[in-house]
Design a protein around this ligand. Structure first.
Ligand code: SF4
Ligand code: SF4
Length: 466
């Protein structure tokens, strides 16, 4: 069987310890903490106040304008507080805290669609997906309605990303095994509204049982190709999937639709189907809980807003002192500041590592010019040069060497024999470059020329600072 792949990448130990464990519904929490921002774009404004009674699935926050996605009550109950607290990325965010009444009263706004599948239009899908608050569930959290909208009429390849290349995480694997029809139905629905006669599902070859489950759920094999990819990190990055399946390269600053592709995560596709056909908002998701500190690793179905400490408790608690708690995989996930941070739309896993699992980086590293990082970089960058320029504060040189094309996959740091903290340094430099660009833009917006009214002969104008 053909194995699709890309150039570069690494092979970290997979540690898919929970692949054989069916997803378990986690008991409902006493309280949920719903962040007003768990997507890329503007944060939501609260639409409820303290003391309000809310239904499960009710919209409780939405963005006033621009890119964003509404947030919903994930349990029925009473709004206990609206406050600011630290989110999963360590930033301050508004939260709506709901005391669960355990009555599971569903919002009367949630009604199944009465349309036949062939009657759906892109507008129906975009509007249902926006109302459901769906944002990329693979971790990117880009509002899905906007992704669909911008790709409409421009794509040839619609690809469901079931690669799940990050070590430890097995939620997509379980979804494919337990509910392959959700992915297949979601893909078929999207193919219909996009007017495509063929769809693609990309699965790594460490999940051949899942590929088989998907193939058995497909009624007409001429419509959907299940494409088996080499197990390699970061195969799940959409640029690598696009290259592997179509041979098209997506360079920095470009979007998949520019090469006629749309890539959606497996759980996102299932959530789209749920939203369009049943009117269900995104209020729960699958989460893998694993790591050498966790007593009983599990795959859980969890309401958004549940504190990650409760997931760990439900998995038997910790067996040793944790050194790091990561949401979203050991390669690209985010180390948590607060064990009570809640599960959000992009939380695919909670991994708890002891000190034994930490990767040591040198404080005074010395590159030995082995070139390994260059060979591993899936974006064909020169990570060693980017590191050197970033460390010296030569941001212009970083830009010249396309630092913004770095997808922060960490493949370079993972296999560096000199323990150089490459991706960490690159990430910090990218942050500084973005900051500088924002400041320059703000300065430009503040300074403009106003023509002198009082003396028409003087056309030069004067500069006004606000
Ligand atoms: S892998 Fe490490 S030591 Fe080798 S060239 Fe890259 S930065 Fe230098
Ligand atoms: S430079 Fe960026 S894209 Fe390339 S391997 Fe390192 S982290 Fe990945």
């Amino acid at each position: 069987m053909k194995r699709y792949s890309f150039k570069g990448g690494v092979h970290p130990p997979q540690n898919k310890n929970t692949a054989g464990l069916p997803v378990v519904d986690m008991p409902l929490p006493e309280k949920v903490y719903i962040p007003l921002s768990m997507h890329i774009g503007a944060p939501c404004e609260p639409l409820v106040k303290v003391g309000d009674s809310v239904f499960k699935g009710q919209i409780i926050g939405d963005v006033k304008s621009g890119l964003g996605a509404p947030v919903h009550a994930t349990v029925s109950g009473k709004v206990e507080a609206i406050k600011v607290s630290t989110n999963a990325a360590g930033q301050n965010t508004g939260y709506i805290v709901i005391q669960n009444d355990f009555e599971e009263r569903l919002s009367p706004d949630i009604t199944p669609s009465d349309k036949a599948p062939e009657e759906y239009t892109i507008d129906d899908v975009v509007s249902a997906v926006r109302k459901a608050g769906i944002a990329g569930m693979g971790g990117a959290t880009f509002p899905t309605y906007a992704k669909l909208q911008s790709a409409y009429g421009k794509i040839k390849y619609l690809i469901v990303n079931c690669a799940e290349c990050e070590p430890y995480i097995t939620v997509n694997h379980r979804l494919m095994l337990e509910h392959p029809e959700r992915i297949v139905n979601g893909l078929m629905l999207l193919m219909k509204v996009f007017g495509l006669s063929r769809g693609y599902i990309a699965v790594e070859d460490n999940k051949l049982d899942a590929a088989e489950a998907l193939e058995s759920a497909i009624e007409d094999p001429d419509l959907i190709d299940v494409c088996v990819m080499e197990t390699k990190y970061p195969q799940g990055d959409e640029r690598q999937i696009i290259y592997a399946l179509t041979g098209r390269e997506l360079t920095s600053g470009h979007l998949p639709f520019e090469v006629k592709c749309l890539v959606l995560n497996a759980e996102t596709v299932a959530a789209i189907y749920n939203a369009v056909i049943y009117g269900m908002p995104l209020i729960e998701r699958y989460v893998t809980v694993d790591g050498d500190c966790v007593a009983e690793p599990k795959n859980l179905n969890v309401r958004l807003g549940t504190p990650i400490s409760e997931l760990i408790d439900y998995c038997g608690g910790l067996t040793s002192e944790p050194h790091k708690i990561i949401c979203g995989g050991p390669m690209m996930g985010i180390a948590q500041w607060d064990i009570n941070a809640p599960v959000i739309k992009g939380t695919s896993s909670v991994i708890v590592f002891s000190k034994n699992k930490r990767k040591r980086f040198s404080f005074n590293p010395s590159c030995i010019h082995c070139g390994r990082c260059v060979g591993h970089c899936p974006m064909h960058l020169m990570p060693n040069y980017l590191y050197a320029f970033a460390k010296d504060g030569q941001l212009d040189r970083c830009v010249e060497f396309d630092i913004m094309g770095c997808v922060e996959c960490g493949s370079c740091s993972y296999d560096c024999p000199a323990d150089v903290p490459i991706v960490q340094t690159i990430r910090a430099a990218k942050g500084k470059i973005n900051e500088e660009q924002r400041a320059r833009k703000a300065a430009l917006n503040k300074t403009f020329v106003v023509p002198e009214k009082e003396d028409e002969s003087k056309k030069e104008g004067r500069r006004v600072e606000h």
